[in-house]
Write a protein that binds this ligand. Structure first.
Ligand code: COA
Length: 331
């Protein structure tokens, strides 16, 4: 059963931060053989925000986290746990979350990272909700943050046009009847672990001159295989997830798909019979910000004043692993 048990958990606030530097499709077409038209038609992306050299994932995460705390009217000393969902940590260790805990001065908080491809954000939300529902935590700051740009091969048109840097955050806490997470389902298919990879620099491929020459320190992706996997797996998964949650796809007021590709999102929506106006899309502005994408989407949705009591929101993502999952919230 996919339902949360225990203390009901609500979204107390949200926030986001993206670097100010913008790279348009037009600018990319001067670096690699591509065009604005190709990128827009195949992906829906028009621009992406890219961190300056030295602008770290922890810095983006801190700013998004602060914004969520401010939005919630909660001080950092009231936070019990900080979870950072990221695939681009400043360093393998320490993690990003402990650095953010230090930067925020959240002296009573624990901190850890979740790395599970672009689904890391959804996995982190589910972990946070469970921790609050069971009573071990009260306020949990969940942040999705990525600076993927240094990990992208800017000579590879198959990948460099897709990704962007950015961070988003939610402050979750016990609900006094003003909204609650209903249900979740998290999955993986590790037989497809070779579809999205960054192979270099760790145990399997320690850093060497050879690993650098072979470009193993960059994101590699079998784009077409990912596209097919997602189109095959995600729509039936979401249909079953809604049914197991006692809801029809129609009962969801807004769908927050991982912002990877507009074509993928539109196909999934079509197969599920979802009206286009119920799907939130902002990948045109940010590209694929991986673990941060669902948080940035929610933050913009809330800033637009579109979140109203009684709405049902579904957050869903897929990514390296392959991993995928969904979580439903009722405001
Ligand atoms: N500009 C111009 N041409 C490009 C290009 C680019 N940026 N990237 C690839 N191409 C070319 C390819 O080289 C290929 O040329 P060829 O036919 O001469 O070999 C052609 O376009 C078609 O490539 P293909 O990979 O089949 O395109 P596609 O329709 O599958 O679109 C993606 C490519 C990457 C946009 C698409 O596969 C996709 O979105 N996949 C999912 C990626 C994703 O979401 N990843 C993140 C998961 S978290």
């Amino acid at each position: 059963m996919a339902f949360f048990q225990g203390v009901p958990v609500t979204i107390r606030g949200s926030g986001m931060y993206v670097p100010s530097k913008v790279v348009t499709n037009e600018e990319l077409s001067k670096i690699v053989e591509t065009s604005d038209e190709w990128i827009r038609e195949r992906t829906g992306i028009r621009r992406r925000h890219i961190a300056e050299a030295g602008e770290l994932t922890s810095a983006l995460a801190e700013r998004a986290g602060r914004a969520a705390l401010e939005n919630a009217g909660v001080s950092s000393s009231e936070v019990d746990m900080i979870i950072v969902a990221t695939n681009s940590p400043d360093t393998l260790f320490p993690g990003v979350a402990p650095k953010v805990q230090g930067l925020l001065g959240a002296e009573k908080s624990g901190a850890f990272d979740v790395q599970s491809g672009c689904t890391s954000g959804v996995y982190s939300i589910v972990l946070a909700v469970n921790g609050i529902a069971s009573g071990i935590w009260r306020n949990v700051l969940v942040i999705g943050a990525e600076v993927l740009s240094p990990l992208v091969d800017w000579t590879d048109r198959n990948t460099c046009v897709l990704f962007g840097d950015g961070a988003g955050a939610m402050l979750l806490g016990p609900s006094n009847g003003e909204g609650r997470f209903l249900s979740a389902e998290l999955r993986a298919d590790g037989t497809k672990h070779d579809q999205i990879t960054l192979l270099g620099g760790l145990i399997e491929n320690p850093a060497s001159l050879e690993s650098i020459e072979q470009k193993k320190h960059f994101v590699a992706m079998k784009g077409n295989d990912v596209f097919k996997f997602v189109n095959r797996v995600i729509p039936p998964f979401l249909k079953d997830f809604c049914e197991d949650s006692g809801l029809s796809a129609d009962a969801i007021d807004c769908w927050f798909f991982h912002q990877a590709n507009q074509r993928i999102i539109e196909r999934a929506a079509e197969r599920l019979g979802i009206a286009p106006e119920r799907v939130f899309i902002n990948l045109d502005e940010y590209g694929n910000t991986s673990a941060a994408s669902v948080f940035i989407a929610l933050s913009e949705y809330m800033k637009l004043g579109r979140l109203h009591p009684g709405q049902r929101l579904l957050f869903t993502a897929f990514g390296a692993g392959m991993t995928y999952g969904g979580v439903i919230y009722e405001s």
